[in-house]
Design a protein around this ligand. Structure first.
Ligand code: B12
Ligand code: SF4
Length: 482
């Protein structure tokens, strides 16, 4: 039950320590429904704060209409000591708006920003968004709990690791939090503080509802030039398969959830761990469905078959480009042959395949991008997603642009991967958007693809009907704006 439900039930929620929130996602007109997935970062923060004897509630502005009005009502009812806001890059401007609304309501409430954007650009974020009192970078559990404890006991919070604050007009960044709590030592994310009925991933990303996100590991040792996950998770943090299975069972027993989506950056990074996890799921007789994303060089047929047996219904891969040259440019450290094998064996193992492709890397020509479209068609995954590259802060792409003194602007709300480019790639935005349309049209309206879909429809009529309908809507939306 989240804070809105609790207030509606007239529960006493006055004087909480921390209200955690995130802005509503931008629903881009070209993508009718991004999906609403659990804000697991906020849920981990809430459960850890509670384990430290602090009270925390979550108000996810992504699942409520008119959420600024609601925010005021919640602030009035809860009178929190601290409001903590989480933001991806594309959300940061709206996160700043939340902090302003909080301060306008009561300037004595302490506002804190965290999440991947704040972690990538700590000083800049504090300079750009004046209504945040503090910024916590990296994993936030320990630093946030310490901050709240210090604020409550009147101790100086400015000594804390992982904290950024203002002093005499300057922004001061303290050293990073040295203590990274092992994921197995954290309490499960506080799903009981969320309105679980309101979450529904994009139909492509689940098998049935209700569904929940879950983490079995975080971090990735690779350094693809467009990815910044290492900034929040600089190492690989893995849970014991036993503990993961316990959480799966906990969700089945307590919330009636049997559909899971792993938020791991690369689910099969550690093959032995994945094998153990699958064996345990099978041994426990858990009747569940689950999916996740991996890399094409981190799977093999035996593993995929075992995953299928353990309930995996879909695996996603970032294939990204269709030429060996392109793969080098983006530092993917995979080959086209590996991509072909991975898609082939994933299908053969009976799993649905999803693959993403990105256009507009610096140095790419229109010819390279056409090769990407051709390669996508050759692979023919069950779902193909085409994006336009965005140089997110802390990625190699972003750092290179800065080195070259290329314009790196801060129109952060334009950093959706479906939107036109925001940095100069040498190829105009119009051409890139045109290529995206060409990609969707030529991928989805092929006889081979239509047959592929019909075959799946015979296997899972109900789900496939919904997936196809939504897929068609999505593709149609691309052409409406032509
Ligand atoms: C699930 C997910 C989604 C869900 C949304 C989940 C949600 N919050 O509502 C969906 C599918 C909708 C989604 C959409 C998008 N996503 Co996404 N997503 C993820 C994913 C896979 C998992 C997030 C997660 O739960 N992580 C685990 C938790 C524990 O970590 P965390 O959230 O970072 O939180 C910790 C710390 O950051 C910190 N922290 C976080 N918030 C706060 C707040 C405070 C106050 C404090 C103190 C600390 C703190 O403490 C937390 C606990 O340790 C990540 C990859 C990843 N591994 O994180 C990508 C990721 C976050 N997404 C990404 C992107 C690019 C997008 C899109 C922009 C793609 C697009 N379509 O254009 C959209 C944007 C949607 C929007 N906001 O409008 C990028 C973000 C890059 C960036 N700089 O912004 C990531 C990192 C993927 C990647 N490898 O590049 N996403
Ligand atoms: S493999 Fe995936 S998670 Fe790892 S660096 Fe590349 S894009 Fe990021």
């Amino acid at each position: 039950m989240d804070i809105v439900e609790r207030i509606n039930l007239n529960q006493d929620v006055r004087g909480i320590d921390v209200l955690l929130t995130q802005p509503g996602h931008i629903q881009d007109e070209k993508v009718p429904y991004l999906g609403r997935e659990l804000p697991l970062g906020l849920a981990y923060l809430a459960s850890y704060l509670e384990s430290q004897g602090l009270s925390a509630e979550i108000f996810d502005m992504n699942i409520y209409e008119g959420s600024f009005e609601l925010l005021k009502k919640i602030l009035k009812e809860t009178k929190p000591l601290v409001v903590g806001v989480s933001a991806f890059t594309v959300d940061i401007i709206r996160a700043g708006d939340i902090a302003r609304a909080v301060k306008e309501f009561d300037k004595n409430i302490t506002t804190v920003i965290g999440g991947i954007h704040a972690t990538a650009l700590p000083e800049q974020t504090m300079l750009e968004f004046e209504y945040f009192d503090y910024l916590i970078y990296g994993r936030g559990e320990l630093s946030l709990a310490s901050l709240v404890k210090n604020l409550k006991s009147g101790k100086n919070p400015r000594v804390l690791e992982g904290l950024v604050y203002r002093s005499d007009g300057n922004v001061i960044k303290n050293p990073p939090q040295r203590n990274i709590l092992p994921l197995d030592e954290l309490p499960y994310p506080a799903r009981s503080r969320l309105n679980l009925k309101k979450y529904a991933p994009h139909i492509q990303k689940c098998f049935t509802l209700p569904n929940t996100g879950l983490i079995s590991s975080l971090g990735c040792p690779y350094r693809c030039v467009y990815c910044s996950i290492h900034i929040v998770h600089p190492d690989i943090y893995s849970r014991n398969p036993e503990n993961v299975v316990k959480e799966l069972k906990y969700c089945v027993d307590n919330f009636g959830i049997s559909d899971f989506r792993f938020f791991d950056d690369c689910l099969t990074l550690n093959r032995a761990r994945m094998v153990k996890l699958c064996e345990l799921i099978i041994k426990e007789g858990l009747k569940i469905h689950w999916n996740g994303v991996s890399r094409v060089d981190r799977v093999d047929y035996q593993l995929l078959k075992l995953m299928k047996k353990a309930g995996c219904h879909q695996l996603g891969y970032g294939i990204e480009v269709g030429s060996e040259r392109g793969l080098k440019i983006i530092n993917k450290k995979t080959t086209l042959k590996q991509a072909q094998d991975a898609i082939y064996f994933t299908k053969k193992a009976g799993l649905e395949t999803s693959a993403s492709f990105i256009f507009g890397f610096p140095g790419e020509t229109i010819g390279d991008m056409r090769k990407t479209i051709d390669f996508a068609k050759k692979l023919s995954p069950d779902i193909a997603l085409f994006y336009i590259v965005k140089a997110y802060p802390a990625t190699a792409l972003y750092e290179n642009l800065k080195k070259e003194n290329a314009p790196v602007h801060t129109r952060w709300d334009q950093y959706l991967v479906q939107a036109p480019p925001v940095t100069g790639t040498g190829i105009s935005g119009e051409i890139l958007v045109g290529l995206l349309r060409e990609a969707y049209r030529s991928f989805y309206f092929r006889p081979r693809y239509i047959l592929q879909r019909i075959k799946r429809m015979l296997e899972h009529p109900k789900r496939e009907f919904k997936v196809s309908l939504l897929g068609m809507k999505m593709v149609a939306a691309y052409f409406r704006n032509k």
